[in-house]
Ligand binder design. Structure first.
Ligand code: TXA
Ligand code: MG
Length: 340
């Protein structure tokens, strides 16, 4: 059911979970210092216990109470409020449950007026992972959240998320060196232009010398639709539109040793972008102008609609620059097969 911000504050203060809008995706929020409420989040999402939660806060002054802020973090604060999550060494006041026992806690100031208002009224951090059952596509509308949880969780409806992809998660290693744990709107290029040196490793060998995931969100498959998605490199767009597309696809799949019986007897949906593509009920166009920000904004809602309607999705990678890097990352995670 939908609730207003006053009711949301009441629910949160009573230790309940509320779905909240952000500029990236909807989050499943609880007061971060309330361990019982945090446990409810893990339970309802069916989230692995080793996957930590992001905390949201309304001001940098308040942040000091919860984490150790170093001078080198301060250069990044101009990006807040916004889709950037930073890891800090946490103080004891943040429960270990929130960080899955890590000594680091992820924080961001979200850029959504309703969420900011709630944060100010609560004046404490709100932990909020994306408001989807673990492994499903992140929700970008209140309706998606309602459907995922059978209307069992109250939602503050803040409209469709402006950005549509989850925040960039980073760790500042030292002065000018950062590591991107999850790509988002802010990319490697962006940080390099701002004078940072970006370490590009997705995996890290941990102290015990075992290969460990630096961030559980980097598990290879994470944002999957419930039907198979075949992802083609964008160089194939030209062939696709200049040929009999069904023959072209069958041929391409065969060349890549992918065999799907009677492929086109199934319901095949195409997730595309650009003005070259026809518009009909099997073609979902993310952006006629091929605008990367528009593609990002529409990606998750289109995927969600398509998984209800089709048996297979065929999609194309986008240009690998700016937010396109994060779009390709999410498409790859959603894909059953990738044809480079
Ligand atoms: O845009 C977003 O970040 C949204 C909105 C609601 O703020 N939240 C979100 O949360 O995407 P979630 O839980 O779906 O993804 C959080 C990611 C996960 O990949 C998690 O592993 C990583 O951030 N993360 C959180 N805390 C971490 C920590 N202490 N160390 C390493 N990775 C962390
Ligand atoms: Mg998530």
């Amino acid at each position: 059911m939908k609730i207003d911000i006053i009711k949301a504050v009441e629910e949160l203060k009573s230790g309940n979970i509320v779905a909240l809008p952000t500029e990236t995706v909807y989050g499943l929020g609880a007061i971060a210092t309330n361990i019982d409420a945090i446990k409810k989040i893990y339970k309802i999402k069916n989230r692995p216990q080793n996957n930590p939660l992001i905390c949201h806060i309304h001001s940098i002054d308040l942040l000091e109470k919860y984490v150790y802020i170093e001078d080198f973090h301060k250069k990044l604060f101009s990006l807040w409020p916004g889709p950037l999550t930073i890891l800090f060494k946490k103080k004891d006041i943040i429960p270990d449950k929130v960080t899955a026992n890590s000594e680091y806690c992820a924080f961001r100031i979200p850029n959504h007026p309703l969420f900011l208002e709630i944060l100010k009224l609560i004046n404490e951090p709100i932990a909020a992972p994306s408001a989807n059952p673990s492994g499903k596509i992140s929700p970008v509308t209140a309706e998606m959240v309602i459907e995922y949880f059978n209307n069992q969780i109250p939602v503050v409806d803040g409209g469709k998320c402006q950005i549509g992809l989850e925040s960039t998660v980073i760790k500042v290693i030292e002065k000018n060196m950062i590591q991107i744990l999850r790509p988002g709107k802010y990319t490697k290029e962006y940080f390099e232009k701002s004078g940072f040196f970006v370490i590009d490793s997705k995996f890290e060998t941990n102290k015990n010398n075992q290969k460990g995931l630096l961030s559980p969100g980097l598990l290879p498959k994470h944002y999957a639709p419930k039907i198979p998605l075949i992802l083609l490199a964008n160089k194939y767009i030209e062939y696709f539109i200049n040929s009999n597309y069904k023959e072209f696809i069958i041929d391409l799949l065969q060349k890549n040793n992918i065999y799907i019986d009677n492929m086109f007897d199934k319901k095949v949906g195409f997730l595309v972008y650009g003005k070259q593509f026809r518009q009909n009920s099997n073609f979902y166009n993310l952006s006629i102008k091929s605008d990367l920000e528009e593609i990002a904004r529409n990606l998750f809602s289109c995927l969600k609609e398509m998984e209800e309607k089709f048996d297979i999705i065929i999609s194309f990678e986008v240009e690998n620059k700016e937010v396109g890097i994060a779009i390709n990352d999410r498409l790859k995670r959603a894909a059953e097969w990738i044809i480079p």
